[in-house]
Structure formats: structure tokens, C-alpha cells
Design a protein around this ligand. Structure first.
Ligand SMILES: [Zn+2]
Length: 157
């Protein structure tokens, strides 16, 4: 099967992904289909040819390093609350379960409370009927997880 072109939210081409990866992006609702292959579908989705990201991705975080390491604490800090019910989050959930090919990246992990994590189990949010309240993103300096350059020391008075 042919690759799928991914466009940024502003329609700039970013990269190409496999159809499987493209479908996980649709499941996670991080992208929408811009162009599909006529008359072909993949499960409930039209077979995508071009996807567009729902939110703008700043390229510098994706491609120029500076991407913070994924940690459970980091995911909880980024999301602040359970991504499914908004309650206090004690755990981290794989949006697309690992058993279904989901990876442990910033874009596939969300904070979750134990109850939601248990209820969702090995299902996607769509299958579980548990829509995400947020779009998983790679943290930016605003999340306090990326080390900025140290400030110049003030001159001694
Ligand atoms: Zn919850």
C-alpha cells in the first residue's frame, strides 16, 4: 500500500507515514483526511492519501532535537488530569494500546485515572466510547519540561 502524506495544520507537507500509522493518527483524532483513495476504506475510515494535522506542529520540536524524553511524570505534568474524565490522574495510558501497535511516544500517551485506565483496557478511545479531552502533544518549553539555555549570570553589584 502506498504511503500517506502528512500535512501540517497550515497545509505544509511534513513527512510521509505508512497507512497503518495514518490510521492510528485518525483514531487518535490528531489528523483529518484531506484526500482519500476513491472507493477504498480501512475499517471505518476512507483509505487516506493525504492527512492534515488538526493542530499546528512546530517543526523545531519535531526535527531539531530538544524533544524532551518521555516519562510518566512528564505525561502527567503535561496533561494535568485524566485525559478521559478530567479527574486526578494516577497512571499513564497508551491511547492506541501497545498490544495493537501503539508506541510509547508523547503522542500516544495520556494521563489517566485508574478507573478510566481499567475501563478502557485494550481498546482505542473510539472502541471504548471514551473520547480524549485533549490532543496528546510533544511538550513545549511552556510545559516546563524542556531545559532552556541557562540565563546569563547577573553582574555582581
Ligand atoms: Zn478518568
Amino acid at each position: 500500500m502506498a504511503d500517506v502524506l502528512v500535512l501540517n495544520a497550515g497545509y505544509e507537507p511534513l513527512h510521509r507515514v505508512s497507512v497503518k500509522h495514518a490510521i492510528t493518527m485518525l483514531v487518535r483524532e490528531v489528523a483529518v483526511v484531506e484526500e482519500s483513495v476513491d472507493g477504498m476504506s480501512f475499517g471505518p475510515y476512507p483509505l487516506p492519501r493525504v492527512l492534515r494535522l488538526v493542530r499546528y506542529v512546530a517543526m523545531r520540536w519535531l526535527y531539531r532535537g530538544g524533544r524532551p524524553t518521555v516519562t510518566k511524570d512528564g505525561v502527567k505534568r503535561r496533561d494535568g488530569a485524566c485525559a478521559y474524565c478530567g479527574g486526578p490522574a494516577q497512571t499513564v495510558d497508551h491511547v492506541v494500546p501497545r498490544s495493537r501497535g501503539g508506541d510509547s511516544s508523547w503522542l500516544n500517551l495520556v494521563a489517566a485515572c485508574r478507573a478510566c485506565n481499567h475501563r478502557k483496557a485494550n481498546r482505542t478511545p473510539l472502541e471504548a466510547g471514551m473520547p480524549l479531552r485533549l490532543t496528546p502533544r510533544i511538550p513545549t518549553p511552556e510545559h516546563g519540561m524542556v531545559r532552556r539555555r541557562p540565563r546569563a549570570r547577573p553582574l555582581a553589584a
